[in-house]
Every structure is written in structure tokens, then in C-alpha cells.
Design a binder for this molecule. Structure first.
Ligand code: SF4
Ligand code: SF4
Length: 99
């Protein structure tokens, strides 16, 4: 069977926008489990507890850019994200509109 072409980030968001708030919360919880922000130098030591900034948007606690490990994260690939530093620059959705 031919492989389905990879969806763009915008197409993935379109699909997610049809989810109920409960489904969305469950999805983000799943993504939290694979998010690697916890290993990022920008994250470590800030006291931040939240994860998956590509979905939830900027952190209120992270202020200083010390590098970003998002390009190596499986979520980046799964959702076809094209950006980085979501904790500082905003969610994929925010950055998609800006560019
Ligand atoms: S892409 Fe970055 S912010 Fe999103 S889940 Fe992965 S490490 Fe976390
Ligand atoms: S979004 Fe990128 S820069 Fe921010 S904590 Fe996660 S990996 Fe680090």
C-alpha cells in the first residue's frame, strides 16, 4: 500500500482543532510524556514545570535562551513542526501565523 504523504503542521492543527477540550487535554498530556524540554539547558534550573510549549505556548518562567533541543524531539516530527524555542517565541500555531 502506498504510504500516506506526511501532513503539514497546519493540516495537523486543523485536525486537532476539531477535538473537544477534554480530547485536547488528553492529547497534550500524551505529548508531555515525549517532550524533551526537561533535558534542555534553557529549561533546566528555571523552576518551570510545564512542558510541550509547542502546543501550549510561551513559558512565563523561562526567560533566557541557552539553546533548544526541539529539533531532536519526536513531537517536532510527529506534528511536522518547523520552528524552535517555543517556550520563548510561542506555540507552533503562533509562529506559523507570524511567518
Ligand atoms: S518540540 Fe520542543 S516543546 Fe514541543 S514537545 Fe518537543 S521538546 Fe517539547
Ligand atoms: S521549547 Fe526548546 S528552548 Fe524551550 S525548553 Fe523546550 S527545548 Fe528548550
Amino acid at each position: 500500500m502506498p504510504k500516506e504523504p506526511q501532513k503539514t503542521f497546519e493540516q495537523n492543527m486543523q485536525a486537532m482543532s476539531k477535538m473537544s477540550p477534554a480530547e485536547m487535554a488528553a492529547k497534550i498530556k500524551d505529548l508531555d510524556k515525549i517532550c524533551i524540554c526537561g533535558k534542555c539547558p534553557t529549561y533546566v534550573g528555571t523552576g518551570e514545570k510545564k512542558l510541550t510549549f509547542c502546543a501550549i505556548g510561551k513559558s512565563t518562567m523561562i526567560k533566557k535562551d541557552k539553546g533548544c533541543v526541539c529539533p531532536g524531539c519526536p513531537v517536532q516530527k510527529t506534528l511536522a513542526l518547523r520552528w524552535d524555542r517555543y517556550c520563548l517565541k510561542g506555540s507552533g500555531m503562533d509562529q506559523s501565523v507570524k511567518k
